[in-house]
Design a protein around this ligand. Structure first.
Ligand code: HEM
Length: 438
């Protein structure tokens, strides 16, 4: 359990967290305890234990986040809750992100992908930070799924203020003027104001839309009660927050893994070119059926999700004393299913450190592949995230090329794992000449 109060927090945060978990797992097995960030924790590195906490006995464990983060996103966001309120909100979020809804977004996601790629290629001599650019793309797709076609003025205002919230989210939570945390809280208040203007306008125009805002606005419970403005705002910011860095991070990893394996890139290109040619040299828009018929590209997405394991673990808290396989998990202790350790366990994924999409030709064993979590809180945005990846890859691979700049390997945590320095890269159009120094 480490030192009094600080426990093993320093050991966890002063090195690659995976080494911390792996060392523990080797020494103590798949269930072990530690003490981090002032809390006693039980860490679970087996698929059965993860299923126990997240699926079969999920009612015994509640989601838990630091208060400062809850305040920043908004306490009514669904992922802070369990029980009836969570179920109700989750249904609304899930409906707005269902395959039937997101398939209608394909042409707009294509437009966003192409305009992002064009802008990177236009600055061809310039090295761009891939992760940073992917964040802009995933933010725009998030806005699209929440508001549909949102007026540019509102979009820019949301973007400007959300960026300040984003900066403050991972800073030290001191609410003193001048600190990043204080600025973020102020920006969060302004976001509420902007959202209330958007809502007023939609109500005035009596628009009934199928996007997330439409679902939230139209909701009525059995007593005819609607959601409050605060509940709506917190859930909108919550979804933006859950959607942006995660998706940007996986998109960046996909580019890295493909760049590092030219043979694989060639094979993916062949698959994408066949769609491009059959689609009148890319003159016709992509369809849902196209995106469902990209088997190799899809396996690259899955393998990237496994390798990068963006959400390395999650936190829950035991709401009562719980017994699991003869171990006691005391009430109030944190519980952490370790997704990354499961994804990198050679028992479930042979040669886990090799990037090998063909491993997904066979479905993984149950509960061993959980990039989007599992059970009641599993990711409702998983189909949208994969759709974004497939669409961006289609346009990137059929019409553009890219070159990673510099030779830094390794991972940076911000807090999600991202290639070092956000993967500096140059992009250019396939038809144009690459730069002189390459
Ligand atoms: C590659 C991208 C993504 C990854 C890896 C990812 C991963 C996850 C994981 C692991 C969870 C469960 C966390 C837990 O159990 O504690 C989760 C929850 C969630 N995700 Fe995602 N996510 C991604 C993209 C998205 C997108 C695009 C959206 C929305 C547009 C989204 C919305 C949410 C929401 C709202 C929750 C909370 C669900 C609940 O508590 O019921 N995610 N995500």
């Amino acid at each position: 359990m480490g030192w009094p109060y600080i426990g093993e927090t320093l050991q966890l945060y002063s090195q690659d967290p995976n080494i911390f978990f792996l060392t523990k797992q080797k020494r103590y097995g798949e269930i072990f305890k530690t003490h981090i960030l002032g809390c006693p924790c039980v860490m679970l590195a087996s698929p059965e234990a993860a299923k126990f906490v997240l699926v079969t006995q999920s009612h015994l464990f509640k989601p838990t986040y630091p208060k400062s983060k809850e305040k920043m996103i908004g306490p009514y966001a669904l992922f802070f809750h369990q029980g009836e309120y969570h179920t109700r909100l989750r249904k609304l979020v899930q409906n707005s992100l269902s395959p039937e809804t997101i398939r209608k977004l394909i042409p707009d996601i294509e437009d966003l992908a192409v305009s992002a790629l064009e802008s990177w290629a236009a600055a061809s001599e310039q090295v761009i930070n891939t992760y940073y650019e992917m964040k802009k793309f995933s933010f725009d797709v998030g806005i699209l799924s929440i508001f549909g076609h949102l007026d540019r003025v509102y979009r820019d205002k949301l973007k400007e203020n959300y960026q300040i919230v984003d900066k403050g989210y991972n800073s030290f939570p001191t609410n003193i003027p001048g600190t990043a945390y204080h600025k973020a809280l102020q920006a969060r208040k302004r976001l509420n104001q902007i959202l209330s203007e958007i809502i007023c306008e939609r109500k005035e125009k009596k628009l009934v839309e199928k996007d997330l805002l439409g679902h939230l606005l139209n909701f009525k419970d059995e007593k005819g009660e609607t959601l409050t403005q605060e509940q709506i705002a917190d859930n909108i910011i919550g979804v933006l927050f859950a959607a942006q860095d995660t998706t940007a991070s996986i998109l960046t990893w996909i580019l890295k893994f493909l760049h590092d394996d030219p043979k694989l890139l060639e094979a993916v290109k062949a698959e994408q070119m066949a769609i491009y040619q059959a689609n009148d040299e890319g003159r016709r828009p992509l369809t849902w059926a196209h995106t469902r018929n990209m088997p190799l590209t899809y396996r690259v997405v899955l393998e990237s999700l496994r390798m990068a394991s963006i959400i390395s673990f999650t936190f829950r808290e035991a709401v009562v004393d719980v017994e699991y396989k003869g171990y006691l998990i005391p009430k109030g202790w944190k519980v952490m299913p370790l997704f990354r350790n499961i994804h990198h366990n050679p028992e479930f994924f042979a040669d886990p450190h090799d990037f090998d999409p063909s491993r997904f030709e066979v479905a993984p064993k149950p509960n061993t592949f959980m990039p989007f979590g599992n059970g009641v809180h599993s990711c409702p945005g998983n189909e949208l995230a994969k759709l974004e990846a497939l669409i961006l890859m289609h346009h990137l691979i059929t019409k553009f090329r890219w070159e990673v700049v510099g030779s830094q390997s390794g991972i940076q945590y911000g807090p999600f794992p991202v290639p070092q320095q956000g993967l500096p890269a140059r992009f250019w159009k396939e038809s144009s000449t690459p730069f002189q120094d390459m």
